[in-house]
Design a protein around this ligand. Structure first.
Ligand code: AMP
Length: 329
């Protein structure tokens, strides 16, 4: 029986499902009842399975297995479906599931990024240590909501409120560059899929008003969308080196390491150093700007290639070569 590609209907599902169709797969979208019409509207899913809430995801598992589905995860699947459900899924899962343990915690991420020898912003364990501009971040999938900047312990105390679950990170002044990689197990090669930058409210709007009006407005980093980016070509050697080092370090911490799509979130400073402040160990929503292709993926593959389609291509090649087990984790 042929395989089907399935994912949760949100985040980058349009891209994943469309890419799977481009590679000749049948597709399934598991959707919250009130989101299903979007996937029907765009015609990317051959089958739509509706659930009332993400907590019910486990109830569709037998359906997925019956359809010979391979589940492709994305950030929202990992954020909304309870970790226990993801851990115990019997339906084949694309990617190394155990890498989520390293991705889901900022301290563990830091160990991984340090092992890879990347530049990373300093962390302040206690507010009394704040001696420069810092960004205060909260845990959980809030997409940058509520983050704030502070220059001193006093300013931190004034803004923190009741929250205890935060991290204080050095604020790197530069420009954000989100690097999309894909490590192919089947071809044994790291590919560059593209770059994006985020559109965040209200920080990206604050420059549109005069400085005297800006005073007293707190900036926040709520992600609303993404822009495509083409990087200065002379930076590409460094981008590849960084990606290779992340893959190597991931093999040390969590064999067989990271594979498939992943994203490094960086700030590039005026002296052209990349500071990595976060890593996402699966497809990121920023790849949606290249739903057709990025220039890099077009060059590499000689035809349009989104990250969603690249996943499906990897699965197809694995099936054709009898190596599917190598990419299911
Ligand atoms: P995050 O939730 O970690 O992805 O951060 C949300 C946004 O905050 C990013 O897209 C950046 O614009 C900004 N940001 C996060 N960390 C830093 C940092 N250390 N220095 C400068 N900007 C940052």
């Amino acid at each position: 029986m042929d395989y089907t590609i399935a994912t949760l209907g949100t985040h980058s599902a349009l891209q994943i499902l469309r890419g799977a169709k481009d590679e000749g797969f049948k597709t399934i979208a598991v959707c919250k009842r009130d989101h299903a019409f979007v996937y029907r509207h765009f015609g990317v899913a051959d089958t739509i399975i509706e659930i009332n809430s993400y907590d019910e995801f486990h109830t569709v598992e037998d359906d997925l297995i019956r359809n010979n589905a391979i589940l492709v995860p994305h950030a929202s699947l990992i954020a909304y479906v309870p970790p226990k459900t993801i851990e115990s899924l019997r339906v084949p899962y694309y990617g190394n599931r155990r890498i989520l343990f390293w991705e889901s915690d900022r301290d563990r991420q830091r160990i991984w990024l340090e092992k890879a020898g990347l530049n990373i912003p300093k962390i302040f364990k206690d507010p009394s240590e704040i001696d420069r501009l810092v960004i205060v971040k909260f845990h959980g999938p809030k997409g940058g909501q509520g983050y704030f900047l502070a220059r001193s312990e006093q300013e931190f105390m004034r803004k923190i409120g009741v929250s205890k679950d935060y991290v204080i990170q050095e604020y790197i002044i530069g420009i954000p560059v989100y690097i999309h990689y894909f490590y192919s197990v089947i071809r044994g090669e790291l590919e560059l899929m593209g770059f994006d930058r985020r559109y965040e409210s209200n920080v990206d709007g604050i420059g549109r008003i005069p400085a005297e009006v800006q005073q007293g407005i707190d900036v926040t980093y709520t992600i609303v969308g993404n822009f495509p980016l083409f990087l200065r070509e002379s930076l590409l050697p460094e981008v590849f080196k960084i990606g290779e080092r992340i893959v190597e370090a991931s093999r040390e911490i969590c064999s067989p390491g990271i594979y498939g799509p992943f994203c490094l979130e960086t700030i590039v400073t005026p002296d052209l150093k990349f500071y990595a402040f976060e890593i996402s160990a699966r497809i990121v929503a920023g790849t949606n700007v290249f739903m057709e292709t990025s220039p890099y993926a077009l060059l590499k593959h000689g035809k349009p290639m989104s990250t969603g389609r690249r996943i499906a291509l990897e699965i197809r090649e694995a099936i054709e070569q009898g190596r599917l087990e190598e990419i299911l984790g």
